[in-house]
Ligand binder design. Sequence first.
Ligand code: C2O
Ligand code: CU
Ligand code: CU
Length: 512
Amino acid sequence: MLSRRDVVKLGLFGVPAVALRPGFAFEFLTDSRLPRSPTVVPFQTELPRPSVIQPINPANFPSPAPPALPNTDYFLVSQHKSDIEVFPTGPRTVMWTYNGTFPGPTFIVQKNRQILVRQINNLNEPNTAITHLHGAHTPSDSDGGAFTSQIVPPGSFKDYVYPNDDKYAHTLFYHDHFIDFTGRNIYMGLAGFYLLQDQFEHALVSQGKLPSLDFDIPLAFHDRQFDADNQLVYNTFDHDGFLGDRFLVNGVIQPKLTVANRRYRFRLLNGSNARFYGFALSTGDPFTIIASDQALLGHPVIVNKLIMGPAERYEIIVDFSRYPVGTKLFLLNAEQQENGRGPDGFDLRSAVPLLRFDVDINNPEVNPVAIPDPLRSDLVLPQPKDVVKTRRFEFNRSDGAWQINGRFYDEDRVDANPRVNTTERWNFKNGGGGWFHPIHTHDQGFRILSRNGKTPPPQEQGLKDVVPLAGGDEVDVLIHFEGPNNIGKYVMHCHNAEHEDMRMMLRFDVGP
Ligand code: C2O
Ligand code: CU
Ligand code: CU
């Protein structure tokens, strides 16, 4: 089967697009013939919460035995196809999964407690698999970057070791990162949550300042397109980025969530390939942003809308205590988007309700405590005075594909070589043309120092690992490369998954 890169090489533009249906022969369809997804009566199904994966005794691993590591918990994941109940009625959807669910099981891990995850590729599909833990500070060998050396072909496995030595608790996700096929592989279902906790957040929870796990719910947003049999449709040749016409929350189309009249913490993940979301409550009421990709924010930010690009995570507190039991309200997506180029703007008049909240449980907080401000008093951000090197990266379109500084991704070419324990300024510039590029760095998150010459908005003032760039945007970020185990090769790329697969990526090597 052809990768996007082959398409460019072979000059195959203008040929009919291939719509992928897992388990079936490829069908040739032009874009205009892509079927619309079957209609659904929304808000029938209760929101699923992906199950939390439990560690197992390594003696129970299939042979060979994993390495015996000190102070390590062991997890086993099988990547295989599974029938998922995405639609409330009709056939189940064949998806590619971690342990049979979509999203995959949620990891809940503690800072500085190492884990080993054996990923077994039972997918029986070409161009699988590489597993990346997005947002983690992972030694290069376990990072699952887009490198040939990281491929785990069908029938084989890899033991990934995650030290969990990120500086702060945060919300991560794991997903497939196969060279040139990341977009398709994520789309087919290879994604799951990974929550890193630390003492600081445990203390906030035990003091009642943040909701406890029962009221702390990860929400993954995916757009997907389906054929008449409820099966996924994907257009490999849509280089702008593939959009679906149905919205899934935790793997179900437009579910409902029964909530108590109290505060909830929601961990929002934009898991879509190319779609931006503009979240708002149907009541117009405000909610509070408490965390961005890499940590709690310095200060809570009260907003009534929140725009999120692909792979971004924000955590919010929604206060349902203001609504009488019996109230129904919606989480809306008001961001308009027609194609993979990027969003067209926030418009509540044509918003789509993604999730219905049914305030049906009378269980108010006994002594509600205000969200602390400062939230994360120990948050240390990289400082301009520590910058030892400035690098410039411009993101552009070329020949129907995507470049950084005029070059396509080449896993054998090192495009930047920062040194461990130093701070650098990376300047990201969108070369224009109307395409959005959400830029992501492996190995380390960053501080956004400026956006178009100005201080970034408050929710962008914490630690991030994805920064969306609209056409012409220019941001400066500060990255501190923490050592000493993260010496080696990593990638930086656009997280519009189709741009990434069409080569908007580069390799950087962190040196001693
Ligand atoms: Cu979310 Cu390179 O990854
Ligand atoms: Cu990543
Ligand atoms: Cu892009």
